[in-house]
Structure formats: structure tokens, C-alpha cells
Design a protein around this ligand. Structure first.
Ligand code: NAD
Ligand code: TYD
Length: 338
């Protein structure tokens, strides 16, 4: 198969590239990535050694770029990971989110239609359903996104479903829960807290710390995405989660314990604006396709912590970079006087 993987220099996309190259050695894998602050060529170091891998720097919002790549490499399948992905950042500056997550998705759908692409997988998120106090969301639940990030992802999903309905395109949607693992940008909870703890910096825990997420190890997520791409029914949505629901305080304590650091590093900070309380997914549909998570949560979290411990050369330049400085400054501005 000849695949175009957009956003493949980011966290999950790069793991999926590695999986594809290993599992299907005859595939051609072409990555299109804009290399925003979150895209990192180092994430594709392994893939670059493979002759079946190509990298192109570019924007999914540019139809001509997408078109040129599809023609040149005779692309048959597109998997769209490209997105702006951080909720806090979407609260500070939402514009890029609507552009990439909605219009970028629409641009790709236009290319799917024009070039008779055989399969298109949209990588979405459980956040499009919004928060749920009890129980778990099914794929048929209404979308009630509550952050500019999740609203943009919901916009992308609606475009995908509308293109299915109107043009009968061969599309699939995966809605994954919170991922964690090696190579996640150190702005998200787990890599931020691990790398802060490693450098004896405070861990900024929002609000009461009891917000709950369903944590999914990135390798399990990629296996699930591959299952959907290979066996999913066109036009269908598949939830993807492991059922590892933990609140942020539990995650924080586990990280500190694994690193043998003091709980005195925890710093309570004002809550995120509009902070979703709890996410939970019903995953019966993907389990019926034959997928189930294989990583025990405790082992996956321990391995993840050890990966950051062993790879300071990966995260240190990101933590000291301009983006993090800008972000920290904006964050403190927002909470000044609260
Ligand atoms: P990430 O932020 O690590 O990577 C995003 C990648 O997209 C980066 O390499 C970036 O350079 C690229 N990109 C951004 N805008 C682009 C554009 N206009 N054109 C081309 N490339 C562009 O994100 P991630 O955590 O790997 O998430 C990947 C996908 O999975 C996203 O669609 C996200 O919404 C979804 N998702 C993530 C999680 C999670 O916990 N991380 C959970 C569920 C769903
Ligand atoms: P995050 O990793 O940003 O993922 P998402 O908001 O998309 O679920 O955050 C996970 C949880 O951790 C969320 O409830 C917010 C919380 N959090 C903190 O308490 N402090 C932080 O510095 C960050 C980044 C997140």
C-alpha cells in the first residue's frame, strides 16, 4: 500500500509511522508535516533509515502541496494526524486550531475525492463528546466539545461525515482517549510532570487535581488505529480507549513515586478555563473489530517515565526553547492576580 501520513513528525503520528514500516515492509510511507513547534524531525530518526520512507515539509491546508504529493507518490491511503493539539494553547490562541483541524481536514477530503483515494482515516479525540460525569460515551452520542481545541476537532469530524454522506467517500474516524508514551511534547500532563520532576521544578496541578482521563499507551493506540484502517467499515466512527481512568492527582503521585521525588514538588495552580471534568469511552465497537489493549497501565507508565529519564537529549532542547518560554509567560499573564 502507498500511504500518506500527515502530522507524522508529531508524537502519535511518528509511532504510527514506525508501526507501519515494521508491520508492512512493502508499504511506501510518505509523511507530510508542517513541522510546527510540535513536529520534530528527531521523532522520525528510525524511519529515515528505511528506504520505503519519504518526508515532505508542508501544510495540509495547501491543496496544491497535497495534490502534488498524491500524484508523485501515487498515494492510495491517507491517515490524518496533522492538528494543533494542546487545549491550553487553544485557550490562548484558537485561530490555528480552526485552520488546521477544520480547514486542513477539508482540504484533505477534497484531495481524497479528486484523486479517488481508497481509504481515509481521520484521527480524532474523545474530547469531541465533551465531559461526562458518569458512564461512558458511545459513538452515537452527540458532540458537545467545550474547548477551542475540541470544537475544532469536532468540526473536522463533521466535515469527514458530511463528505461521506454527500460524496460517498471511503472515510473512517477514530476517537482516541488521552495518549502517553515516549516522544510526547513536554506540554502535556505526563511528559511535562516527568521532565519537571527530573529537573526538580514544580508540577503545576490544575484546580483540585481530580479531573479524570482514560489513559491509553501510544503503542496500543497505534495498533487500534491500524485495526480501524484495515478492518473498519467506511463511514463509521470508532472509539479507542483502554479503560485506564485515573485522576490527575493519582497520575502525579505515581510519577513522583517512580522518580523517588517529593510530593512537595506539587504546586496547586488556578484551574484551566472551562476544564472538562471527566472523559470516558465505551469501546465495544472496536473490540468487536478484534482490538484490545495489550499494555498494562502500570508497566506502560513506568516504561514511559524511564524513557524520559534516559533521553534528556530529546526533551531538554524543547523545554528551553522559545515556544515553551512564550507559553509559560502567557500562562502566568493569564493567572496574574488570581
Ligand atoms: P502532536 O501535537 O504531537 O503532533 C501534531 C503534528 O501535526 C506535528 O508534527 C505538527 O508539526 C503537525 N502539524 C500541525 N499543523 C499542521 C499542518 N497544518 N500541516 C501539516 N502538519 C501539521 O499531536 P499528537 O499528540 O501526536 O496527536 C496527533 C493526532 O491525534 C491529532 O489529530 C490529535 O488531535 C489526535 N489525538 C491526540 C491525543 C493525545 O493524547 N495526544 C488523543 C486523541 C487524539
Ligand atoms: P493534557 O495532557 O493537556 O490533556 P487534555 O487536556 O487534552 O486531556 O491534560 C491532561 C489533564 O491534566 C487535564 O485534566 C489537565 C491537567 N493538567 C494539569 O493539571 N497541569 C498541567 O500543567 C497540564 C498540562 C495538564
Amino acid at each position: 500500500m502507498r500511504l500518506l501520513i500527515t502530522g507524522g513528525a508529531g508524537f502519535i503520528g511518528s509511532h504510527y509511522v514506525d508501526l507501519r514500516l515494521k508491520r508492512y515492509p512493502r508499504d511506501l510511507v510518505v509523511v507530510l508535516d508542517k513541522l510546527t513547534y510540535a513536529g520534530n524531525p528527531a521523532n522520525l530518526a528510525g524511519a529515515r533509515r528505511n528506504q520505503c520512507f519519504k518526508f515532505i515539509k508542508g501544510d495540509i491546508c495547501e491543496a496544491r502541496t497535497v495534490e502534488r504529493i498524491i500524484r508523485k507518490y501515487r498515494i492510495e491511503v491517507i491517515v490524518n494526524f496533522a492538528a494543533e493539539t494542546h487545549v491550553d494553547r487553544s485557550i490562548l490562541s484558537p485561530e490555528d486550531f480552526a485552520r488546521t483541524d477544520v480547514l486542513g481536514t477539508q482540504t484533505l477530503l477534497g484531495a481524497v475525492r479528486k484523486n479517488k483515494i481508497k481509504r481515509f482515516l481521520q484521527i480524532s479525540t474523545d474530547e469531541v463528546y465533551g465531559s461526562i460525569e458518569r458512564g461512558a460515551f458511545r459513538e452515537t452520542n452527540d458532540l458537545k466539545p467545550s474547548s477551542p481545541y475540541s470544537a475544532s476537532k469536532a468540526g473536522g469530524d463533521l466535515q469527514v461525515l458530511a463528505y461521506r454522506h454527500t460524496y460517498d467517500l471511503p472515510v473512517l474516524i477514530a476517537r482516541s482517549s488521552n495518549n502517553f508514551g515516549p516522544r510526547q511534547y513536554p506540554e502535556k500532563l505526563i511528559p511535562l510532570f516527568v521532565t519537571n520532576a527530573l529537573t526538580d521544578q514544580a508540577l503545576p496541578l490544575y484546580g483540585d487535581g481530580l479531573n479524570t482521563r482514560d489513559w491509553l499507551y501510544v503503542e496500543d493506540n497505534c495498533l487500534g488505529l491500524d485495526c480501524i484502517l484495515e478492518k473498519g467499515v467506511f463511514g463509521e466512527v470508532y472509539n479507542l480507549g483502554a479503560g485506564n481512568t485515573r485522576n490527575n492527582l493519582e497520575i502525579t503521585h505515581t510519577i513522583l513515586k517512580l522518580l523517588k521525588k517529593s510530593i512537595g514538588l506539587i504546586k496547586r495552580v488556578p484551574d484551566r478555563l472551562g476544564h472538562d471534568r471527566r472523559y470516558a469511552l465505551n469501546t465495544r465497537k472496536i473490540r468487536d473489530l478484534g482490538w484490545q489493549p495489550v499494555w498494562p497501565f502500570a508497566k506502560a507508565l513506568k516504561d514511559t517515565v524511564e524513557w524520559y529519564q534516559a533521553h534528556p537529549e530529546w526533551w531538554q532542547p524543547l523545554k528551553s526553547g522559545e515556544y515553551m518560554k512564550y507559553y509559560r509567560q502567557q500562562y502566568h499573564e493569564r493567572h496574574k492576580g488570581k
